[in-house]
Write a protein that binds this ligand. Structure first.
Ligand code: PFF
Length: 491
């Protein structure tokens, strides 16, 4: 019996929720507010909107149409276009697998904070708690040998949840979960933001956030940041969109769907940023510290700055805190299942493995890699992984993907697909963008990423990056060379 079959979404709502869930993730909640603030505030929205139109929408349409047309995994699609291109498929798949291994650890930290938030369990000094008590940070190699049991348990718990969802067929697993978690996430964010803007001092925060600095528009770096944010935020070039759209039934309206996903994702991150800044404005009002000294990104914002705010907030923090960490948890889980689904799909298709077997293999290996991030040196390695994989490996993969689809496959065929069931006509403008403009833009992002990776870091950083380079060259090569198991061989 063939072990891989191509399922279909049970409704266009399920597909929409899964797509929005994959896009809205940690990046939207903690990366965007800082990015917006430190890159010109209100004026950043100009390069941001241009990045949506020039990069986000065209790339999303490209991935939608490719997935919809081929109805198979990324590495298989690339193999079909030219067998040698399969290597790029595995390169991208491995890159997102490595990203998943640390992304899941952060969601695990969030799970711990969710429980702590019911009794402000981080104590009077959240910074000390996070760095010393929870992560037991030790940036030397010795740190690798001290594993934190609580971090292992939380990481394991998130892996189990992800495994459980992904091992069920899409309509019982990803579809059901996305239909519950995505609306719940949006509902909670609306409550948090509306409450936040009523806090004393909230206006200090959102005025600081939106105050434009028009000079920055002449700075190329700001444009690079805006394009990078859109790429990251919409989960472009990771095989996720291709995977999800390959489960679309015939007759789906791809254009409308892409526009809705962009609207929901980008609307979410701007709206959420208003809440984050209102809360920081409140903190500034209470503590007298300027918003510019309170805003940080990533773990610093969620696990240090916010617990500090909850400490001065009074009893309402016992509601707002758990809600805030639950939002991160839901956003993280819906992105994680999308990442794992894309990886599992490539494995299932290549080796003709059932969904359950492939998911179990992917999650087991993933968990073993995640253990690195539960050690004392974990958060340090995580920073190096993040900088290298996002600013270099992922961009390289996206560039190749874009060039292959635009130049080695018939774009006209894709246009036909996109125009089949919509009133909006995709025409030569799209061809021009994906053939010429996108490769140039992504190359600029890549050059900047390479520059950052080469010219910054300690000896340890270079060792970790060296190991990643070796892994990223050899494993995709091995996977490409391995024999594809056809359905008839299984019977
Ligand atoms: N787009 C999601 C986020 O912003 O968090 C998910 C995601 C982005 C996953 C980037 C992985 C990644 F490399």
């Amino acid at each position: 019996m063939p072990k891989t079959s191509n399922p279909e979404w049970d409704s266009s709502f399920a597909f929409l929720m899964a797509m929005i869930g994959s896009a809205v993730g940690l990046g939207n909640i903690w990366r965007f507010p800082y990015t917006l603030y430190s890159n010109g505030g209100g004026s950043f929205l100009i390069p941001y909107i241009i990045a949506i139109v020039v990069l986000g929408l065209p790339m999303l349409l490209l991935e939608y149409s490719v997935g919809y047309k081929f109805k198979t995994s990324l590495s298989n699609i690339l193999h079909k276009i030219k067998p040698k291109f399969e290597y790029i498929g595995w390169f991208i798949t491995l890159t997102i697998f490595l990203i998943t291994s640390y992304y899941i650890s952060i969601v695990g930290w969030d799970l711990i904070y969710f429980f702590l938030s019911f009794f402000k369990g981080w104590g009077a000094d959240p910074n000390l708690f996070f760095v010393n008590s929870l992560l037991q940070q030790n940036n030397s190699l010795n740190g690798l040998f001290s594993v934190s049991p609580i971090l292992i348990i939380s990481t394991f718990a998130i892996w189990i949840v992800t495994w459980f969802i992904c091992s069920k067929n899409i309509n019982n697993g990803i579809s059901k979960i996305s239909k519950c978690l995505v609306p719940a996430l949006f509902g909670m964010i609306v409550i948090i933001v509306f409450y936040s803007i009523t806090l004393p001092g909230a206006n200090i925060g959102y005025v600081a956030m939106f105050t434009p600095d028009w000079h920055v528009l002449s700075n190329l770096d700001i444009w690079i940041v805006a394009f990078g944010q859109i790429l990251f935020s919409l989960s472009i070039g990771m095989g996720i969109i291709i995977t999800y759209s390959s489960y679309l039934p015939k007759g789906s309206n791809l254009f409308n769907n892409a526009v809705t996903v962009i609207g929901a994702n980008c609307g979410f991150e701007i709206f959420n940023a208003i809440g984050i800044f209102s809360i920081l404005g409140f903190m500034s009002h209470v503590s007298g510290v300027g918003v510019n000294n309170l805003i940080t990104e990533g773990t610093g914002l969620a696990f240090i700055a916010f617990p500090q705010v909850f400490n001065v907030m009074g009893d309402v923090a016992y509601i707002l805190g758990p809600m805030f960490f639950l939002c991160i948890l839901f956003a993280g889980i819906t992105s994680l299942i999308a990442l794992i689904e894309a990886i599992r799909y490539s494995i299932s298709e290549k080796f003709n493995l059932s969904r359950k077997k492939a998911t179990t293999i992917v999650c087991s290996i993933g968990f073993l890699i995640s253990i690195i991030f539960t050690t004392g040196m974990g958060s340090y390695i995580l920073g190096v992984f993040d900088g290298f994989l996002n600013n270099f490996a992922l961009l390289l993969g996206v560039l190749f993907e874009c060039i292959i689809f635009a130049w080695f496959y018939s774009v006209d065929d894709l246009i036909k697909c996109l125009n089949e069931f919509t009133s909006f006509r995709i025409g030569n403008w799209w061809k021009l963008i994906i053939k010429y403009i996108l490769p140039i833009i992504i190359s600029v992002l890549l050059i900047k990423g390479i520059y950052n990776n080469i010219f910054s870091g300690s000896v340890e950083d270079y060792i970790i990056k060296g190991i990643l380079i070796i892994i990223l060259i050899t494993i995709p090569l091995i996977l490409t060379k391995m024999k594809r198991v056809t359905k008839s061989e299984i019977i």
